[in-house]
Write a protein that binds this ligand. Structure first.
Ligand code: NAD
Ligand code: THR
Length: 369
């Protein structure tokens, strides 16, 4: 039984008494995924004084380019590689390193990690809630099989790994107002099921193999200069664009649907903060993070303060509504605030002002040209 290895105990913190196998993942025979006794050898030249060398997967979606910008400011342009299976727009291609990476191709992932001596991996590739329901088999492949590749490559090369989870990892039987970190999680979407799977697998690899896995459950994220990828919370991005451009908006969720939301700057800052948090401050490996919570009606009222002619109408999408009705209304993120000092910066009024200013100035620029 050559692949049954001795277990090595690596106590990292009171919360993490890890049993590290020297050979964690898919390793029969001479599998390239074997992890040598000294798993650190792949990153031997990395020390705490160096900047991390970062790979972002699925980086051309709503969140990845903003994350790359933030990390490049902190660690230097060439220390952060953005990757995706799509062709990058010119401005992204010229802003720093970009590489093709399909997370379903393990060999390609491993080559990128080895050739670039990656030490931190942010795994953003996913199919979100609404597009996931429209293509369950692809969502299963990308969100579950792809995650397995990511966990293996991270464990094999001793990476610090960030995987975002979501409010969608909860379901109708979870407490919804507020939703704590630890409670029943029985989501009814393939997206939610895959994210619970990611949370549990990441934590398993952490406790079993010592993988430095870190995970935040994001609320719906609102961004001005990037488009959402097909989720249930997308209305809260589109409304600003339509308010400025047309003075009206047709909402696909009911007026009273309350969901937790966050401005993108807070989301990306939380992500960097949890990645930089000292190991001993993390009493858990998966945290809720929260900023605000509102309904379409409340958001529209706030928009009206700036755009007096604004009108909202409702044409409800039954699939998205059913998803939203099963998700948290308010998120309890007290553990993140207590353990690593999480504090949001944007509440609803600041969010609305920021979003409308962005779209207003964009419109003025395009009218002037
Ligand atoms: N945006 C939100 O509101 C939100 C909220 C909670 C959690 N999250 C999580 O944050 C992460 C990023 O979200 P986002 O909004 O940027 O997502 P997005 O849908 O906008 O982008 C996902 C990216 O993954 C890429 N991708 C798809 N298949 C791939 C494959 N086989 N290999 C490599 N890349 C592939 C897509 O091309 C796309 O660019 C996701 O994991 C998502 O679940 C997002
Ligand atoms: C909430 C989040 O995971 C994503 N924006 C979605 O709606 O699917």
């Amino acid at each position: 039984m050559p692949f049954i290895r001795m277990l090595r105990r690596v106590g990292q913190s009171p919360a993490c008494v890890c049993w590290t196998s020297v050979l964690p993942v898919r390793f029969l025979g001479v599998s390239p995924r074997q992890i040598p006794a000294d798993a650190n050898f792949h990153s031997a030249s990395f020390s705490d004084t160096d900047h991390p060398r970062v790979l972002i997967t699925g980086g051309l979606g709503q969140l990845g380019v903003g994350l790359a910008n933030l990390l490049r400011k902190r660690f230097g342009k060439d220390s952060v590689i953005l990757s995706d299976i799509k062709k990058p727009p010119d401005r992204v291609f010229h802003s720093g390193p970009f590489i093709y990476s399909d997370i379903l191709d393990y060999k390609n992932l491993r080559e990128i990690v080895v050739n670039n001596r990656i030490t931190w991996l942010f795994h953003y590739s996913a199919l979100l809630s609404a597009v996931g329901e429209a293509n369950v088999s692809l969502a299963r492949a990308v969100n579950i099989t792809g995650l397995h590749n990511i966990l293996d490559v991270a464990a094999e090369h001793n990476l610090r790994l960030f995987v975002p989870s979501t409010i969608g990892a909860f379901g109708p039987t979870s407490p919804r107002n507020p939703t704590p970190d630890l409670c029943i999680q029985r989501p009814r979407t393939i997206y939610g099921v895959s994210k619970v799977h990611a949370e549990l697998m990441g934590e398993y690899y952490h406790y079993r193999y010592g993988l430095d896995f870190r995970c935040l459950r994001y609320p719906g994220i609102i961004s001005a200069d990037s488009q959402p990828g097909g989720g249930t919370t997308d209305y809260a991005v589109q409304i600003f664009h339509d308010a400025i451009k047309h003075g009206k908006f047709e909402c696909n969720l009911e007026a009273h649907t309350r969901l937790p939301m966050m401005y993108i700057d807070d989301c990306l800052r939380a992500t960097l903060e949890v990645m930089e948090a000292p190991t001993e401050s993390l009493s858990m490996r998966t945290y809720n993070v929260s900023a605000m919570s509102f309904t379409p009606e409340e958001l529209a009222q706030e928009v009206l303060k700036h755009v007096p002619e604004f009108q909202i109408t409702y044409n409800v999408d039954a699939i998205r509504q059913a998803i939203a009705d099963s998700w948290p209304m308010n998120f309890d993120d007290s553990n993140a605030r207590k353990d690593w000092g999480w504090k949001h910066g944007f509440d609803l009024p600041e969010l609305v002002t920021t979003m409308l200013n962005f779209h207003g100035s964009e419109t003025r620029v395009s009218q002037a040209n």
